[in-house]
Design a protein. Structure first.
Length: 71
């Protein structure tokens, strides 16, 4: 997703959350839903890829740490 597209959506979502007084544990779900709406759903696919990449990195890190402890 182009940086300018996602950054614009984030800025708009944060501004709306501030206007509406959304804070605390309600913030993340609000922002994710608003950004998804503003990007026509494209941010959801990007977020899924981010989660998959994070899981892949975590698995590689765990494997490397395990190998270090066995050596």
């Amino acid at each position: 997703m182009p940086a300018e597209v996602i950054n614009k959506a984030i800025d708009e979502a944060v501004a709306e959350a501030n206007r509406l007084g959304i804070h605390g544990k309600e913030t993340t779900p609000f922002l994710l839903a608003k950004i998804k709406d503003l990007t026509g759903g494209d941010s959801l696919a990007s977020n899924i890829q981010l989660v998959l990449n994070n899981a892949r990195l975590a698995a590689h890190t765990a494997a490397a740490l395990s190998a270090m402890h066995k050596a």
